[in-house]
Write a protein that binds this ligand. Structure first.
Ligand code: G3I
Length: 599
């Protein structure tokens, strides 16, 4: 700890006590010192009973805290520097949240307080909680959440220069991947005696999650979300560095990181345009580092969903990277060709679902309805080629707009079409898409207003990976904000960011390394096996849901309370690329908007 930090903690603690005694508080708060991920320490007054973002607030965002059902009716915000109350408000009436029955909350909403500073939330002299409002509140969090993709790179060593304490040896080179017998069935390679024909080179890519598998379907939505983060916020990413080996090569770091995955994805296509469903070992890895997992690797199965998700992402990537540099021009053309052939193959094989072979135990990402995938791929291919046949296809396949997930992707094409730099769409069609998105965003706003916790989260959102449902809803709300400039959409979106950072009834920040009580034991093989006590920072865990498919112990059966920060709990405490990508997107969106409002 350096001297500046010691001084700031001392000053903070001293002035906190002054404020407390001046107000005659009889509170039993804990005074604590928290260590942030970068080693910077911050003083805190911790109330376990008040749930709010455990990470600093952006000035221009929704700010609220969940307060237990205490007799208090008022709250104050005290400025530590000024030693006086700078905001006063009424608590809402106490209400039970439908997804966390048994608990009632009052809400302290101080969203309109937007000047930066060190502050204390005081609930009628009974509870105190220190917090901060800062312009750069989310900067480190954003960079760590993006960097976590780098930490999940397959086929490469993470050196100390880039990985610090989490340096590790290279694993899964994927230079000699076997074809699972089910994959070769009926293909030109079936029964081949030429060893070159029965091995695939499919290096690079990101590990999907806690396990070391690479899955095309899940890579699809994760890569899309990161590409969208770039497309929607190009200025924010232009010079943003996260200290990866490619930093400084002229390409934004985000695009360098994404291309690590694209260079794997491009290898997952067979000559006839079909796309392998996944690349994994036959069984789950043990608690071991990547280089210790020596099991044989296989490409397993083909599916319509893998082909269409591949087509969508490759078409999108061709558009984004084609504009970057001459180096990427050839790649961009190649990716578009690959996207087109995958789409054509899917048209000819429009109902091929992935069926898990008996000897395979890795993840499934199985789906049996592909119209939403068709509409997404058609939208991306239209944007990449301007061929209106794809709009005809899009219209034919378009499905009701749902919260984006790996299985339900109808929203992705709509978002891409509505955010294209050049709008070549027929006006009536554009307006129909716009209305679809806004109608859904309005539903989320209504959910927010009705919820006892001021959160647009309902029972259907508490699925495996509920935190990504939260942040994908936030992405939809941010599109509504982009389309209308109505700040209410952004406020509701930012409430979902504070939800994953601590404004939730579990008391946890769901992002590793950030907050006073972050998830510490994520179901992430590398974090559990590397001998470092803290997990890799910036990873979003799946979040509460009451399926309890892992048979672990949970504190409650209520959807929003059924969460356990244990290695055992892979159904609530695993991490995954398709959950982290919306975290990156949302942080970029909120930071970029905050910066724009300051200009
Ligand atoms: O589709 C049904 C829906 O019709 C039904 O109403 C609902 C009721 O609960 O269930 C839906 O199915 C769920 C499915 O996800 C789609 O949302 C299953 O119950 C649920 O068990 C399933 O969970 C998936 C889990 O793997 C188990 O297959 C998660 O979405 C998925 O994110 C997760 O992914 C794993 C990979 O397989 C392997 N790598 C780790 C990764 C994260 O845990």
């Amino acid at each position: 700890m350096n001297h500046t930090n010691i001084r700031s903690i001392f000053t903070f603690a001293l002035s906190s006590q002054l404020v407390l005694s001046a107000c005659g508080s009889s509170s039993t708060n804990n005074f604590g010192v928290e260590s942030n991920i970068d080693g910077e320490s911050v003083a805190t007054i911790i109330s376990d009973r008040v749930a709010m973002s455990q990470v600093v607030f952006l000035p221009d965002s929704e700010k609220a805290a969940l307060v237990p059902d205490l007799p208090a009716t008022q709250f104050q915000i005290v400025s530590i520097a000024e030693g006086k109350v700078v905001y006063e408000g009424a608590l809402t009436d106490s209400k039970e949240w439908q997804v966390a029955k048994g608990e009632s909350y009052k809400v302290a909403d101080f969203s309109t307080l937007n000047s930066a500073g060190d502050l204390i939330l005081r609930i009628d002299g009974v509870e105190d909680k220190a917090f901060q409002i800062k312009q750069n509140a989310y900067d480190k969090l954003h960079d760590a959440s993006l960097k976590s993709f780098y930490f999940n790179r397959a086929s490469t060593e993470i050196t100390e220069e880039y990985g610090g304490a989490w340096a590790r040896a290279a694993g899964h080179l994927d230079e000699k991947v076997n074809y699972h017998v089910s994959t070769l069935k009926g293909s030109a390679k079936e029964g081949s005696s030429n060893s070159k024909d029965v091995l695939l080179i499919a290096s690079k890519g990101w590990y999907d999650a806690g396990d070391y598998g690479k899955y095309v379907v899940n890579s699809g939505i994760a890569t899309y979300t990161l590409l969208a983060a770039f497309q929607h916020h190009p200025n924010f990413y232009q010079n943003r560095k996260i200290n990866i080996p490619e930093s400084g090569n002229g390409l934004p770091d985000l695009l360098d990181e994404i291309s690590w995955n694209l260079e794997w994805l491009e290898k997952m296509q067979a000559d006839d345009g079909s796309v392998y469903h996944k690349l994994t070992t036959l069984k789950w890895p043990g608690k071991e580092m990547p280089h210790q997992d020596k099991r044989a690797l296989y490409v397993i199965g083909k599916s319509t969903s893998a082909a269409l998700d591949f087509a969508a992402v490759m078409a999108m990537a061709s558009r984004v990277y084609g504009k970057q540099s001459d180096t990427y021009l050839t790649k961009s053309q190649q990716w578009l060709k690959q996207a087109t052939s995958a789409y054509q193959w899917a048209k000819a094989n429009s109902d091929l679902r992935y069926v898990q072979p008996d000897d395979v135990k890795s993840g499934e990402y199985g789906d049996d309805f592909f119209h939403d995938e068709f509409s997404w791929a058609a939208a991306e291919l239209f944007l990449a080629t301007n061929d209106t046949q794809f709009i005809t296809d899009f219209t034919q396949y378009q499905q009701p707009f749902t919260v984006p997930s790996w299985q339900h992707v109808s929203a992705l094409g709509v978002i891409s079409l509505l955010s294209a730099e050049i709008n070549n769409l027929d006006e009536a069609f554009y307006q129909q898409l716009r209305k679809t998105l806004l109608d859904n965003a309005d539903v989320y706003v209504a959910q927010y207003k009705e919820s006892a916790s001021r959160l647009p989260m309902v029972a259907d959102d508490f699925v495996w990976g509920s935190n990504s449902a939260a942040l994908n809803k936030a992405i939809v709300l941010m599109q509504a904000y982009r389309l209308t400039d109505n700040a209410e959409y952004k406020a509701v979106a930012s409430s979902l960011m504070t939800y994953v950072l601590g404004k939730n009834p579990t008391g946890y920040s769901f992002v590793t390394g950030f907050g006073q009580k972050p998830a510490m034991l994520p179901h992430h093989q590398a974090s559990q096996s590397d001998g470092v006590s803290k997990p890799i920072p910036g990873m979003l865990v799946g979040g509460p849901q009451n399926g309890q498919q892992d048979g672990c112990d949970y504190p409650s059966d209520e959807p929003a309370l059924s969460y356990a920060d244990t290695w055992c709990s892979y159904s609530t405490n695993e991490v995954a690329i398709n959950w982290n990508a919306p975290l990156v997107y949302m942080l970029a969106a909120l930071i970029a908007d905050q910066k724009a409002s300051e200009e």
